[in-house]
Design a binder for this molecule. Structure first.
Ligand code: SF4
Length: 330
C-alpha cells in the first residue's frame, strides 16, 4: 500500500470578483511509497505548493476539487473534521520554506515546540518538553533546553529550520511534505540542513514529497522526480538519470538554464515566462516557449505516456529521444 496516492487531481480557484473559477491544477497524479522520496520540481507558479496544499486539504476558500487524494487508503477529501485533525496532526507533517513565517515571533521556541504535543497528543507540558529536547538533539542541537527558552529572533535561519524539522518529526508522521525547506538559507547551511533532513528521513523510513525549483538538489535527495509546468506534471522519472535523459523539452530547458561547475557551456535561460494552468489554452502549455513546437502542439494537449523509465507529456517525445535532441551538450 502506498503512503500517498494522488489521482487525477483537478483544482479550480475563484477568479477576480469571485465570478469564474480558474484552473490551478490539472489532472495531477502521482504516488509515494513508504520510505520513498518524490521531488516536485518546476518554476514558480507551476503548481508545486498548491499540490502540497491539496494533499493537506488546506486549499483556499471557494476552491473546487475533482479527483482523489488517498493517504494509506483513506480518502482525504472524505474525512470528517475529527479524522482530518488526526491526519494533519499525527500522520503527516510539513516543513515550510521560511521557518520564521511558521513561528509566533513573540512566543518562546519551547512554547511552539510543545504546544502540538500537549493539545493534540495529550502529553503533559513537562513530558512534551523532555521529548522535544531529545528531538532537538536528533537534529544536532545539543543545548535544547537553552534553545527552548529563547525567542525565534535569537536563532539563526539554519538553527530555526532545524527546530522546524525537529517539530515536524516529533509527532511521528509517516509522510513529510517539505516546501523548499532550504531556499531561505545560505549555501553552506542549506547543505547542513538537507543532510540532517535526509538522514533522519531515511533512518525512520518516512515517505517524503520534496518541493524545489533546484533540479540538482531534487536529484540528490529524492528517488523519483516529477516535473510540473502550468499546473500539471509533464515528466516523471528516476532522479538518478534525470540529468542525462530528460524526456520533455521543459525538463531539458531547466537543465540547460542552470550553471554547472567546471562546464564551458554557458547557462541558457528558458525564453518567455511560465504560465499558469488557466493561461495554458487547449494545447501543450509549454508550446510558446518550446523550440520544438508544431501546430498540433497548440491544438491538442499531450497526455503523460511512458517512455523508457520515464513518463512524459509531449507529442514529439519519441522522436526527440530517437534523435538525442534533448541530451546535454558535452
Ligand atoms: Fe514542445 Fe510540442 Fe512537446 Fe509541448 S508537445 S513540449 S510544444 S514538442
Amino acid at each position: 500500500m502506498n503512503t500517498l496516492d494522488v489521482n487525477g487531481l483537478h483544482v479550480t480557484l475563484p477568479g477576480p470578483g469571485q465570478r469564474r473559477q480558474r484552473t490551478v491544477l490539472r489532472d495531477v497524479s502521482f504516488s509515494v511509497a513508504p520510505g520513498e522520496a518524490l521531488g516536485l520540481v518546476g518554476e514558480s507558479g507551476s503548481g508545486k505548493s498548491m499540490t502540497l496544499k491539496a494533499v493537506l486539504r488546506m486549499l483556499p476558500t471557494g476552491s473546487r476539487t475533482e479527483g482523489a487524494v488517498r493517504f494509506e487508503d483513506d480518502d482525504v477529501y472524505g474525512m470528517d473534521a475529527r479524522a482530518l485533525r488526526t491526519y494533519r496532526s499525527h500522520r503527516i507533517a510539513m516543513i515550510h520554506q521560511d521557518p520564521r513565517t511558521a513561528v509566533n515571533p513573540v512566543r518562546r521556541v519551547g512554547d511552539f515546540l510543545t504546544e502540538g504535543l500537549v493539545l493534540t497528543h495529550g502529553l503533559r507540558r513537562r513530558e512534551a518538553a523532555a521529548r522535544m529536547v531529545r528531538a532537538l538533539a536528533d537534529v544536532g542541537i545539543a543545548d535544547g533546553e537553552r534553545r527552548m527558552a529563547q525567542y525565534p529572533h535569537e536563532l539563526s535561519g539554519g538553527l530555526l529550520q532545524r527546530v522546524m524539522i525537529a517539530a515536524a518529526l516529533a509527532t511521528g508522521p509517516r509522510l513529510l511534505l517539505a516546501d523548499e525547506p532550504t531556499t531561505a538559507l545560505d549555501v553552506t547551511t542549506q547543505q547542513e540542513v538537507m543532510g540532517i533532513l535526509d538522514a533522519l528521513r531515511r533512518e525512520r523510513g518516512l515517505a517524503m514529497v520534496f518541493v524545489t525549483h533546484d533540479l540538482d538538489l531534487a536529484a540528490a535527495v529524492t528517488d523519483r522526480v516529477a516535473v510540473m509546468y502550468a499546473g500539471t506534471i509533464v515528466e516523471t522519472g528516476p532522479s538518478a538519470d534525470l540529468h542525462h535523459h530528460a524526456a520533455h523539452p521543459y525538463t531539458a530547458g531547466l537543465l540547460r538554464a542552470r550553471p554547472v561547475i567546471g562546464s564551458r557551456t554557458r547557462p541558457a535561460p528558458l525564453p518567455g515566462r511560465p504560465v499558469s494552468a488557466f493561461e495554458a489554452g487547449d494545447g501543450c502549455g509549454f508550446a510558446d516557449r518550446c523550440t520544438y513546437a508544431q501546430d498540433a502542439c497548440r491544438a491538442i494537449r499531450p497526455a503523460l505516456a511512458p517512455l523508457g523509465t520515464h513518463t512524459t507529456a509531449c507529442h514529439r517525445a519519441q522522436e526527440l529521444a530517437d534523435t538525442h535532441a534533448l541530451e546535454p551538450a558535452s
